[in-house]
Design a protein around this ligand. Structure first.
Ligand code: SF4
Ligand code: SF4
Length: 473
């Protein structure tokens, strides 16, 4: 078990304590001495108090050594974080986020698509009227007994707008129940943007709170990675649709980076020309995701990812430091969410609420713990409209990061909190067993975000005061 981590990033030395989430920037001398403290004769995680120094110390080093020893003592006495789960009262539940796979079909053929256009390799299918009514009833029944006031409903696929009439029906019926239930519904959509036009666009602009459009950067890269089903170019159509969307503030762009993409920074800059202010970039799949040999060709090696992230962060923090008010930043990167989260220092002992506060319903009305588990039959929780209750796969219940190997030993365990069950399942066959490449990538990225946090604290701390950078969960 490791309760602290020292690392170098951007030429600076850092020391992070897992339990308290405190991050210290160390001088070169302090960093050197700290590595001596970590030598076998020094302290271990909660091991013996640091004894005499490992070598004779100079007059300048002695007080620093004492200070580091005190710091370690103090930090290692911080109690272990405990689970923040609140047990629901009898008859109550914690469900807050519902995803509906409206269309398990797509009009595009993106090279990295993880769920094969929503089909998972089966014949395409659109949610019909009956399944939609059952899904709606399931959601309303669960929401009525939910302890949450804010309810997030996400339409997903495939391409959900292929099934717009059903989407419109579900939306209007859901909203009719808002006042009766005393809840606020937040409707969101993930779309490829090709059908985001005309009356469909007007409907979405009126009733939805957020619309994520996938667009991979420059036209050349996007059309290479995200062609239409028949190989046709899609970039121009999507850009035209975004430009004419009635309420651009609702739009966010999500780009996926592959080994063929431009760098993170170049992609971000290309997307800033399109009039959309929220820009999210993600690397395609986790390195080590071996399920599909094509992904092997597309994955960006971790070292390249980290270099690109560093380059972007240096650029972006310089850019936002020119704005005195966070609301004036023209382009908001999702990196700000990561930094704000780290800044909050909340400690987590489990990764997510898959199956306990999150559900996904496929186009046939079958229920799964989250979008990433859809159509994995072992994880099916039941069927909308059936009387039987929801059953959660054993591996997804009762997880606590301190009780789970290898997370138990990991310095990042109260931030990563065990990682994504679904990704682990894909990579190792067990939702609780992370692949070493996954952990390497998580830890590398965390170091970069810690660095970014210190850069922001030095350059533009005022942007960390607002929490409104965060996207809804
Ligand atoms: S999944 Fe990996 S990085 Fe995350 S807490 Fe577990 S061991 Fe650490
Ligand atoms: S299993 Fe992964 S994809 Fe599903 S809710 Fe948890 S973190 Fe998200």
């Amino acid at each position: 078990m490791s309760d602290y981590h020292s690392f170098e990033q951007g030429g600076d030395n850092f020391l992070f304590f897992s339990r308290s989430a405190r991050l210290y920037q160390l001088s070169d001398l302090a960093s050197r001495m700290f590595s001596e403290l970590q030598a076998p004769q020094g302290v271990g995680r909660t091991g013996p108090a640091p004894g005499p120094p490992p070598r004779p110390l100079s007059a300048a080093e002695a007080p620093l050594y004492a200070e580091l020893c005190d710091l370690l003592h103090q930090e290692l006495e911080v109690p272990l974080p405990v689970s923040r789960d609140r047990q629901p009262r009898a008859g109550e539940n914690c469900f807050q986020t519902f995803s509906i796979y409206l269309a398990q079909n797509c009009n595009m053929a993106c090279c990295y698509c993880w769920n094969r256009g929503g089909t998972f390799g089966k014949p395409g299918h659109l949610m019909g009227e009956k399944s939609a009514q059952r899904a709606l009833k399931l959601i309303l029944d669960l929401v009525e007994a939910s302890s949450a006031d804010k309810i997030f409903i996400n339409f997903y696929g495939g391409e959900p707008l292929l099934n717009f009439p059903i989407m419109a029906k579900i939306t209007l019926e859901l909203l009719q129940h808002e006042a009766r239930l005393g809840k606020n519904f937040y409707l969101t959509l993930d779309t490829n943007g090709t059908l985001l036009e005309g009356p469909v666009a007007q409907f979405l602009a009126r009733y939805f709170t957020q619309i994520g459009v996938s667009l991979d950067g420059s036209q050349r890269i996007h059309d290479l990675q995200r062609p239409g089903k028949y190989g046709e170019s899609t970039w121009q159509l999507i850009v035209n649709n975004m430009k004419s969307f009635p309420n651009p503030k609702l739009l966010g762009i999500r780009a996926t980076l592959t080994a063929f993409s431009d760098s993170y920074l170049e992609t971000f800059l290309a997307l800033t020309t399109l009039g959309v202010s929220r820009i999210q970039l993600e690397y395609c799949h986790e390195p080590g995701y071996h399920q599909n040999p094509i992904y092997e060709q597309l994955n960006v090696p971790v070292e390249r990812q980290l270099l690109e992230l560093r380059e972007f962060i240096d650029y972006y923090i310089d850019y936002i430091s020119r704005y005195q008010d966070t609301r004036d930043i023209p382009f908001v990167s999702n990196i700000l969410d990561h930094i704000t989260r780290i800044r909050r220092g909340s400690r987590f002992t489990k990764p997510c609420g898959a199956g306990t506060n999150t559900l996904a319903i496929n186009s046939h009305g079958e229920i799964f713990p989250c979008i990433a588990f859809v159509d994995r039959e072992d994880f099916a929780m039941g069927r909308a409209g059936a009387d039987a209750g929801l059953s959660l796969h054993d591996t997804l219940s009762g997880f606590e990061v301190d009780g789970q190997l290898p997370c138990h030993y990991c310095w990042l365990r109260y931030d990563c909190a065990g990682g994504c069950y679904a990704t682990h399942y894909d990579m190792t066959g067990n939702p609780r067993h992370p692949h070493p490449h996954y952990c390497e990538s998580m830890k590398g990225r965390a170091e970069v975000y810690f660095y970014a946090l210190t850069q922001m604290l030095n350059r533009c701390p005022w942007h960390l005061l607002r929490s409104s950078n965060s996207a809804p969960p």
